[in-house]
Ligand binder design. Structure first.
Ligand SMILES: *Cc1c(COP(=O)(O)O)cnc(C)c1O
Length: 451
């Protein structure tokens, strides 16, 4: 087994030896600086960067954050030294093809028999693109998404000047089918956004039923699987897998968004959008006087809202998937470890006298709260635990995140709480690093000792 980080110096060598064939030239003098200046600036940089949370440590179980896989770093840096632009094949022929290959692998993972798609700089932009296509197809009808959908959906509806309709969620934070039916019956909704893995709780909207209802009302279905998409690899109803049905239904949706920069182990700047019907490409038709001269092949910029995009992002994902393929044995094993960690923590919380599990995790997000009788006591207790856990000695720190819930949402989950205020923060942890799984017992014990 080789340590991928030891390969980093090879990035420069590989690119230098490729460039050498074009002949020597003198680098611009600005590429050389005084060693003492660099020494000082670099020391300041690393010092300033230490003002961060330890995202890569197993005891960081807060937001959806972790460093990229070393294979992604290796792929990214090597390609970045060339700096191709995946807008057009003449900007990055090699990375353009790698992008098409990785997008095809994502489509296969979701079971799409055919597709049109590309990488984006983020999940937000990928969702914007899917909603824009939805508007082109149903220009006079709006978008429905659940109350727990990502906050950027209403915002993107604003950007697109479309009506956005919020659909109620059920007792587990999933889109409520009765309310969806009511909304669809108005005839004013042309597209339903189903979230597979809500950002707050990791809840899975009931996609098979949503698709059935949407089809009955001639509406499109867009799946926002920015966070949860890769769990498709382990959607087998097994003890350390996730529910099969919602993920299996992705193959019947019209468009899908997944973020390789979340569970795909990539650095930021890597989302993806996929359309089931390649014909939607017609909505993108435009000409560019600057580009597209190199071939008759489809340029990625011709099917994308964005212009410049890092070819390095495609190279990073491509190399990652070569060493960790999109299979249960590859990336799936990482997800299973995270899932086991989340379930172990859920069990510990269920047996705890001072902490309580908010709801059973459907993916690897764990919501929990200090046991208390009033909304304000829950809010204050959560805030205190969040702060105290992060203020321990660095070798013991636990980093959490918070999530805002309402009194009715707590009641729906069986908590009897005096609603002396409408909302309260609870704690929310993302167990998205496999390394965290081995620390769950320690993390839980430390939190229990603190409350
Ligand atoms: C993270 C997330 C987004 C936004 O994606 P970015 O890559 O952060 O722009 C959208 N939807 C869901 C469900 C997400 O989890």
């Amino acid at each position: 087994m080789t340590d991928l980080r030891a390969w980093l110096p090879r990035t420069v060598d590989a690119v230098d030896s490729w460039m050498a064939q074009y002949g020597d030239f003198a680098s611009d003098p600005s590429t050389r600086v005084r060693e003492a200046d660099l020494e000082r600036a670099f020391a300041t940089l690393t010092e300033r960067l230490s003002d961060n949370y330890p995202f890569g440590h197993p005891r960081y179980v807060g937001q959806m954050l972790k460093p990229p896989h070393p294979a992604a770093v290796l792929g990214y840096v090597t390609a970045m030294l060339i700096n191709p632009n995946n807008h057009a094949l003449d900007g990055g022929p090699a990375t353009g093809r790698m992008e098409k290959e990785v997008v095809a692998r994502l489509a296969t993972m979701f079971g799409l028999p055919q597709h049109l798609g590309h990488l984006t700089s983020s999940g937000t932009i990928a969702n914007l693109e899917a909603l824009w296509v939805a508007r082109e197809i149903h220009p006079d009808r709006g978008i429905a998404y659940s109350a727990d959908a990502h906050y950027t959906h209403p915002r993107m509806c604003q950007v697109l000047r479309m009506d956005g309709v919020s659909v109620a969620v059920d007792d587990a934070g999933r889109m409520d089918l009765g309310d969806l039916e009511r909304v669809l019956a108005t005839g004013e909704v042309g597209t339903v956004v189903a979230t597979l893995g809500t950002t707050g709780l990791g809840s899975l909207d009931p996609l098979p039923q949503i698709i059935e209802l949407a089809r009955a009302h001639n509406a499109r279905v867009h799946v926002d699987a920015a966070y949860g998409g890769f769990f498709t690899l382990i959607a087998d109803d097994s003890p350390d897998g996730v529910a099969r049905a919602p993920f299996a239904a992705i193959a019947d949706a019209d468009s899908i968004v997944v973020d390789p920069h979340k569970h795909g182990l990539q650095p930021y700047g890597c989302g993806a959008v996929l359309f089931a019907d390649p014909e939607v490409g017609l909505h993108y038709v435009h000409d560019s006087p600057y580009t597209y001269f190199s071939s008759d092949e489809l340029h990625l910029g011709e099917i994308s809202l964005e212009c410049s995009r890092a070819g390095a992002a495609a190279a990073a994902l491509w190399l990652t998937l070569e060493v960790l393929p999109l299979s249960d044995d590859g990336l799936g094993q990482i997800l299973r470890t995270c899932r086991r960690g989340a379930l172990e923590w859920a069990d510990l919380l269920q047996g705890s006298r001072s902490l309580a599990l908010y709801q059973r995790p459907e993916l690897d997000l764990v919501g929990f709260l200090p046991r208390a009788a009033t909304m304000s006591a829950i809010d204050e207790g959560s805030e205190r635990l969040f702060r105290d856990a992060a203020s321990l000695d660095p070798s013991e720190q636990v980093h959490l995140a918070t999530y805002v819930v309402t009194a009715p949402a707590l009641a729906a989950r069986g908590f009897t709480v005096e609603p002396d205020r409408e909302r309260a923060r609870i704690l929310r942890s993302t167990v998205m690093k496999p390394e965290s799984a081995a620390f769950i017992g320690e993390v839980h014990a430390r939190l229990e000792a603190l409350v």
